[in-house]
Design a protein around this ligand. Structure first.
Ligand code: UGA
Length: 443
């Protein structure tokens, strides 16, 4: 099938390459000439495991190309909208300018029978509005909504092997046609038995934000339990292991620590709340305000612990921060809890040195005032305190004895409850984490 993908970031870049590898003829359209040039040469413009291999495989078929010219989408049967919907500066609501621009650019090139397929995360009601524009601009064309659930760091697998497909179809007489095209483009996943949930446009948009709101709530729930453990001397990791055994609860997304960041969960719950207000259902989502507050409080608590560990003030203390990305296996630093803690300690006069296996470049661009090191040993040289803020496997697996030789004081704050405290204590480190009792070094 000939398909276009409008917007080639974390979502669209992987989607375009994935569809080409599955046998479709794909043109990716993006406004950013640098990104287009890199993708067109088979280079991933951001760090995403397996994407370079997927791009190479897709390019070898000769069925994948990238361009800045939306006119090249002409002649495609499906047009996937994969542009970003960031938070509007100073507001909770989503900024829809890229979605609106993408549809406006596409309209002159649509033909009757074409289906525009929204994948971007949008406030409910957007798809209905875009559907009207598409039908008015090109009678016989239509719009469907097909939300995406990929996680950064696992984007290739999530794209090629989704756990479900949600198809939101318009009630405009084109349902069967749109369904047939979507079933054709996703034939590989459907043949494997991937469940399909067919809905109207409204529900499909809600499914996406509801899923992210639930995940954010789950994380904040366990972080609220961490606050209770801190107040009472309990251990949130044991608590999560125990309640997670209940199949109705499940252990996933119950890792307490610094909380959620990134380009999705934080802005999506805020945009969802803003939309609830606009549609007269503000009370339905006021609990998300608490989810957001619990999440942000974890960063404050981490800075409090750092201050305590340094005897009341971090001023003039050398602090090593392991991790800048919002989560491991990503170079994304948008709303990164790790960077936000590092910046707070810098503000308080700490000599903060940050390292990350992939995100140093992005972190430097976003926080040029921070110091960066190439690796943990360099970051931790003469450190008074080491903070583990993103649980990259290489940090979780660090040899505490070796790292202990380069620091000034063997004090670890584990912001992700990621390492084995016994191993670090045995190597002479004191250990503190969010939601767990403090442990002194073994003598
Ligand atoms: C999230 C969703 O998980 C995807 O399903 C969705 O498609 C995507 O947003 C999106 O809307 O595009 P992502 O932002 O890549 O994916 O990252 P997650 O794996 O959800 O992690 C989000 C944050 O939660 C990270 O900062 C992570 O460290 C934190 N987290 C996750 C916890 O603090 N505890 C946990 O137990 C799990």
């Amino acid at each position: 099938m000939r398909v276009s993908v409008i917007g080639c970031g974390y979502l669209g870049g992987v989607h375009a390459a994935g569809l080409a590898a599955l046998g479709h003829d794909v043109v990716g359209v993006d406004l950013d000439p640098d990104r287009v040039e890199q993708l067109d040469r088979g280079r991933a413009p951001f760090y995403e495991p397996q994407l370079p291999e997927l791009l190479a495989e897709a390019r070898a078929t000769g069925r994948l190309r990238f361009t800045t010219d939306p006119a090249e989408a002409a002649g495609c049967a499906l047009h996937f909208l994969c542009v970003g919907t960031p938070q509007r500066p100073g507001e909770h609501a989503a900024d829809l300018r890229f979605v609106d621009a993408a549809v406006a650019a596409l309209l002159p090139h649509l033909r009757p029978g074409d289906v525009v397929v929204g994948k971007s995360t949008v406030p409910v009601g957007t798809a209905e509005r875009l559907h009207e524009q598409v039908v008015a601009g090109c009678p016989g064309a239509t719009l469907a909504w097909n939300p995406e659930f990929l996680r950064e760091g696992h984007a290739v697998r999530d794209t090629l092997e989704p756990d479900r497909l949600v198809l939101g179809l318009a009630d405009d007489g084109t349902r069967d046609h749109a369904r047939a095209l979507l079933h054709e483009v996703y034939a590989a996943a459907l043949d494997r038995g991937t469940p399909v949930v067919e809905t109207d446009l409204t529900t499909a948009q809600l499914v996406k934000v509801a899923a992210n709101a639930f995940l954010a709530t789950k994380i904040s729930f366990i972080n609220a339990m961490a606050e209770m453990c801190e107040a009472t001397g309990g251990d949130v990791t044991d608590l999560a292991d125990a309640i997670g055994r209940d199949a109705r609860i499940g252990r996933q997304f119950l890792s307490a620590g610094l909380g959620f960041g990134g380009g999705c969960l934080p802005k999506d719950i805020r945009a969802f709340m803003a939309r609830a207000g606009e549609v007269g259902a503000v009370q339905a989502l006021t609990f998300l305000r608490e989810v957001d507050s619990i999440n942000l409080r974890r960063r404050v608590r981490m800075a409090d612990l750092a201050r305590e560990e340094c005897g009341g003030s971090v001023a003039g203390r050398r602090i090593a921060v392991l991790g800048a990305a919002f989560k491991p296996h990503s170079d994304d630093v948008r709303d990164s809890p790790a960077l936000s803690v590092a910046a707070q300690l810098l503000l308080e006069g700490g000599e903060v040195v940050v390292t990350d296996p992939q995100a140093v470049e992005n972190a430097r661009r976003s926080r040029p005032d921070l110091k960066f090191a190439a690796g943990p040993e360099e970051a931790a040289a003469d450190a008074d305190l080491v903070l583990l803020l993103t649980e990259w496997p290489e940090y979780v697996g660090i040899d505490p004895r070796a790292l202990g030789r380069v620091v000034r004081h063997r004090r670890l704050l584990d912001g992700r409850n990621a390492v084995d405290p016994a191993r670090w204590r045995a190597a002479g480190w004191s250990y503190r984490a969010l939601g767990r009792p403090a442990l002194a070094a073994e003598s």
